[in-house]
Design a protein around this ligand. Structure first.
Ligand code: EPU
Length: 419
């Protein structure tokens, strides 16, 4: 297995651009199933999860062509298989995103039931309840979800809990339903707005994405279009934290700062100076030690759970004590044991992490457990004394494109060790 070897101590500086957002791209690839024509997706990130999603669509019979500009043309209009097999679903839970589009377009779908994962049990009951309300019959058999419907019928649906991929699944399904659907208690993440933008470009009638209520007027068919994936807000947030923990100074281009409002507020509380334009963020830490910040994760527009592990590192080297409450996933503190091996002083009490800032961290051999946990280990390695070796970095390659190249470009010293 490949590893990353980090020589800590460098202060990061420079300007970078983030890749297309993974969590916007995944539902968009699934949405191509709804179209009768080719969809061209631009600025897709080169990531393992994207490859897995393509593998899934390919296994169902979609044609995927990459041109010289790295744009993907996806033709999913005549799928022979309507099944997501366990081999693929177990490697990527977001495979569940093909459920809504398959039932809406083909009237049936068979999707392996995703199991739990490192960060929590992550059931899909909200997706299934809402799809049933649109008129689908759903049976759980032999570890698979089997769903069928003649044509879905638009209706009013109030989600029992806020779910990002659940909202996306049902938005996509409702686009081809008969009549109007009104979805409430929906997720408001920027990726929901991005998906609505793509669907509307395909001819759908989706209104209200980004608010508490999304209205979707069903249409008979959707057509082709070109769409460019916006930059990844969590990747941007991660590089901003890298600048904070190394006392550095960086600018991120082509990012809408409004997508990071809560994260930027918390970064300011650490003592970072931040300058925003409409589409860039500059952060300067002037070699200062960060101040501790208390954080409670919650659905957008609150502080994202996907930035929680990274902020643990800021707090771990801050000049005080702080509390982090994780309210979205029940088991998202897997990074803590590894960070403590690097000299952090973090105690877990249920969904609370109590973090006492220490003077400095030291390098160690550590193991990544999930995507954002791996990011936090790399961040800790950047500010630690000596060498840190991060194992199981396949987790990081699922969600960060060429992370060591981008960080090295900013002045870090990271080497990818072959397996
Ligand atoms: N939940 C249920 N039932 C459901 C669906 C969700 O109980 O049917 C619970 C989950 O167990 C969790 C909470 O609701 O406790 C929120 O889960 P959500 O469904 O919103 O998460 P998701 O859609 O599976 C997406 C991102 C995650 C991100 C979360 C929260 C994608 C592909 N994944 O997951 O991204 O953490 O929303 O913002 O969009 C990551 O990129 O590292 C990542 C894990």
């Amino acid at each position: 297995m490949e590893k990353l070897l980090i020589n800590g101590g460098a202060s990061l500086s420079g300007t970078i651009t983030c890749s297309g957002a993974k969590n916007a791209a995944l539902p968009m690839i699934a949405a191509t199933i709804l179209s009768n024509e080719n969809i061209v997706l631009k600025n897709l990130p080169y990531l393992q999860d994207i490859t897995t999603m393509f593998e899934l669509l390919g296994s169902m019979g979609a044609e995927i062509v990459l041109n010289e500009n790295m744009d993907f043309t996806i033709k999913s209009n005549d799928l022979k298989e309507k099944e997501a097999r366990y081999e693929l679903v177990k490697t990527m839970r977001a495979s569940i995103l093909v459920l809504g589009p398959l039932v809406a377009k083909y009237g049936k779908a068979k999707i392996a039931l995703p199991g739990g994962c490192a960060i929590g049990s992550r059931p899909v009951n909200y997706h299934l309840d809402a799809l049933e309300q649109l008129g689908a019959s759903i049976t759980l058999r032999n570890g698979y979800i089997e769903a069928s419907a003649d044509r879905l019928i638009g209706t009013k649906i109030k989600f029992d809990g806020i779910t990002v991929t659940g909202t996306e699944n049902i938005m996509m399904a409702a686009c081809l339903a008969e009549g109007t659907s009104v979805l409430t208690n929906v997720a408001k993440e920027p990726e929901i707005i991005d998906l609505a933008d793509l669907l509307n470009k395909m001819g759908a009638k989706v209104n209200g994405a980004g608010s508490d209520e999304i209205t979707i007027e069903g249409v008979k068919e959707l057509h082709g279009c070109e769409f460019s994936i916006p930059s990844d807000r969590i990747e941007a947030g991660t590089y901003l934290v890298a600048a904070v923990v190394t006392g550095g100074e960086i600018t991120i281009n082509e990012i809408n700062p409004q997508r990071l409002n809560k994260v930027l507020d918390k970064l300011k509380e650490t003592g970072a100076k931040i300058i925003l334009t409409k589409n860039s963020i500059s952060l300067s830490m002037e070699k200062k030690k960060p101040k501790p910040v208390d954080i409670t994760t919650a659905p957008f527009p609150e502080f994202p759970t996907d930035m929680q592990a990274q902020f643990s590192v800021i707090n771990a080297i801050s000049d005080g004590v702080s509390n982090i409450y994780e309210t979205v996933f029940e088991n998202r503190f897997m990074h803590v044991q590894e960070l403590n091996r690097m000299g952090c002083d973090i105690q877990i009490n249920g969904n609370q992490a109590i973090i006492k800032g220490v003077d400095s961290l030291y390098g160690a051999e550590v193991m990544a457990t999930d995507l954002r946990a791996s990011a936090s280990l790399i961040l800790a390695g950047l500010c630690a004394e000596g060498q840190t070796k991060v194992d199981r970095i396949y987790h990081i390659d699922r969600g960060y494109e060429r992370i060591e190249e981008k960080l090295n470009y900013l002045g870090a010293n990271i080497v990818r060790l072959p397996s």
